[in-house]
Design a binder for this molecule. Structure first.
Ligand code: SAH
Length: 218
């Protein structure tokens, strides 16, 4: 997908994402506007371009339109006090935004398997208003294999997966709270963004949203 919501500054980027109808949740827009994307990319990157940017170690920060799209799909599951897991948290940008949405009564866990990215993401998050959530112990970034989720923080109202899984990881479905929602890219060559809803009776409902291109969940 290319919606070309580039901005000359961060406020313009967020505003363009809203104007184009991609960032439909006011709560997500408010949280996003507090987390400057520039803090999460290398100095040579183009932070206000609506495109993925290389962050090193084979990872990219997703395009703002993808972050916005996923946040809009998850917004009802990111109310203050809810718990959220961000698998393949990479730059930490989305983890910070998710954290601000669920707030200090909620709980936010990012899981990333590259130690340098974990360290860098923690440093960047500290420079945003989400840093105080870290100080309070309400937001953490864990070094681990995201396919296994993070049992200690389960169950989660919302799970966002930022890398494409070959098949839907059973542990993540397991760690979703009844009534909760996961958004996950699934596939190898051709990938689909899949919405996985766990109904209150535990039934799993899957819906393919759109075709996407993410780096693989290893
Ligand atoms: N949402 C992130 C996406 C980063 S790219 C962002 O916008 O910054 C996907 C990330 O998934 C990479 O950082 C990669 O290192 C990580 N990843 C891939 N496989 C993983 C695994 N099994 N466990 C944890 N992280 C993984």
């Amino acid at each position: 997908m290319s919606w070309h919501c580039h901005g000359t500054n961060y406020a313009e980027l967020v505003s363009n994402l809203q104007k184009r109808g991609i960032l439909t949740s006011p709560e997500a827009a408010s949280a996003m506007s507090k987390v400057d994307r520039k803090l999460f990319v290398p100095p040579t990157a183009l932070p206000y371009n609506d495109s993925p940017q290389v962050i090193g170690f084979g990872a990219t920060i997703s395009a703002p339109h993808m972050h916005s799209y996923c946040l809009s799909l998850l917004a009802d599951y990111l109310k203050p006090g809810m718990s959220v897991l961000d698998v393949g948290s990479g730059s930490g940008y989305l983890t910070a935004v998710l954290g601000l949405m669920v707030g200090e009564t909620g709980r936010t866990v990012g899981v990333e398997h590259i130690p340098e990215l974990v360290d860098r993401s923690i440093d960047a998050i500290k420079q945003t208003p989400a840093g105080s959530l870290m100080d309070m112990g309400r937001l953490e970034v864990i070094l681990a294999d995201g396919k296994l989720g993070y049992k200690e923080g389960a169950p989660y109202n919302a799970i966002h997966v930022g890398a494409a899984a070959a098949v839907l990881p059973a542990a993540l479905v397991e760690q979703l709270k009844p009534g909760g929602r996961m958004v996950i890219p699934v596939g190898t060559m051709a990938q689909d963004l899949v919405i996985v809803d766990k109904l209150l009776d535990g039934t799993i409902k899957k819906k393919i949203e759109i075709g996407v291109r993410y780096v693989p969940l290893i």
